[in-house]
Design a protein around this ligand. Sequence first.
Ligand SMILES: *[C@@H]1O[C@H](CO)[C@@H](O)[C@H](O)[C@H]1NC(C)=O
Ligand SMILES: *[C@@H]1O[C@H](CO)[C@@H](O)[C@H](O)[C@H]1NC(C)=O
Length: 320
Amino acid sequence: MQFALPPRKSPHPLPSVHSSRLPYYRKKQLKTVALFAIAVLVIIFLLPKLFSSSPISSAAPAGTAGVVIVTLLDRDNLSEGYIQKIVSNREDYAKRHGYTNFFANTSDYSDAVGDSPNSWALIPAVRHAMATYPRSAYYFHLSPHALIMNPSKSLKSHILDKSRLESLMLKDLPVVPPDSIIKTFSHLKEKDIDFIATQDSTDISPASFILKNGDFARFFLDFWFEPLFRNYKFVKAEVHGLDHIMQWHPTVLARTALVPQRLLNAYSKDSSGASADGSYKDGDFLIRFPACDSSPAGPPHDCGEMESYYMIWQRKVQNE
Ligand SMILES: *[C@@H]1O[C@H](CO)[C@@H](O)[C@H](O)[C@H]1NC(C)=O
Ligand SMILES: *[C@@H]1O[C@H](CO)[C@@H](O)[C@H](O)[C@H]1NC(C)=O
């Protein structure tokens, strides 16, 4: 007879044959020695922590510092003039705060993305930035259809500071708007957070997010980019992939902070789909033009709405 699956082992493996052969008193001796050893180890490792004043968890993995801004440019489909504007906007911002820019090229990831929509390329692009700048504490992914409008705000003071982030985190809110039954956790602290993003009126948005360097970041990007998800043909590709992961994998949600949309992802007035208070207002950190993500492709394609904001930004920077 054939079994479709191998017969299961007992879920609670019995103690190995070896130890059960030992005489009773010998086992007891071993147990005492083991308990003593554990007690010594506990004292050695725990005492210094109990009596030291420094917190056990740090803001970022040891030895890392700074922020890398990841902008993915589709050089086949964006005009040279448009790219220059985005690059100068990012360079101005990075220079003010000592951040590093990583301008990735969509075409470099076409093999990795395969038959799936090009928009998935943002994930290997961030992974590429991590490999290129492994000592950076944070990676800030920002869509090429976005402008930083208030460059004096550092990411630290704007979002990342411990008490600031804890006050911004949206708690007990539907993970996917408007009414997912899965809610963001209420008990998370800043030290638990590795991924910071926003929601618009229908989804968690991958167009602008901050990822903290570390094992979680690598796992999360590799997981999100799994062929299983990419080949599933989600209607909104990597956007729905992210919605799916957040709703079905509490392990990932437990390391995620959703913050109000305008902090990191304010929508321009021509773009539909902003959350209740998600449309750009003067003074906001950045403005995004999601309508331009889906404007007719084919070289060269620009983002008309961006021009007027680019001029406002340029005047502001020149007058400083
Ligand atoms: C993207 O392409 C530009 C222009 O060819 C190049 O300067 C840049 O280094 C490329 N970026 C990466 C991350 O390879
Ligand atoms: C440019 O856009 C076209 C049409 O959407 C697409 O087929 C092509 O793959 C794009 N190029 C890149 C490098 O993404």
